[in-house]
Design a protein. Structure first.
Length: 110
């Protein structure tokens, strides 16, 4: 990911976080940093724990942080609403056959 896109996505996430609040954007910014900086950001153990948060059946806030982390880690544009309609590949749009020309199955930017 080039720096300009990284900066743009970070600004979008920080703006949305101020407007909407929410755990998704906290996870997203961390995941995007991991995507951009690679293994230089965080440890492998931390990364694994963040990736597993979406499977937490007891805490919705942790699930949202995990969803955001995965989107950021996959280099996707921040979009917490996607998790309400995505049912393929554990929410990983980048691995979905329905993604085409940088758009998800609902024609939202990926």
């Amino acid at each position: 990911m080039e720096e300009a896109r990284f900066q743009s996505y970070m600004r979008q996430a920080e703006t949305m976080k101020r407007v909407d609040g929410g755990d998704y954007f906290s996870g997203y910014t961390r995941g995007l940093r991991r995507h951009y900086h690679g293994e230089a950001f965080g440890t492998p153990g931390e990364h694994d724990r963040w990736m597993e948060l979406v499977d937490d059946d007891l805490d919705a806030a942790r699930v949202q942080r995990g969803q955001g982390y995965r989107d950021g880690f996959n280099g996707m544009r921040p979009n917490p609403d996607r998790w309400a309609y995505c049912t393929q590949n554990g929410g990983d749009c980048t691995a979905c056959s329905l993604v085409n020309y940088g758009r998800d199955c609902r024609n939202n930017p990926v």
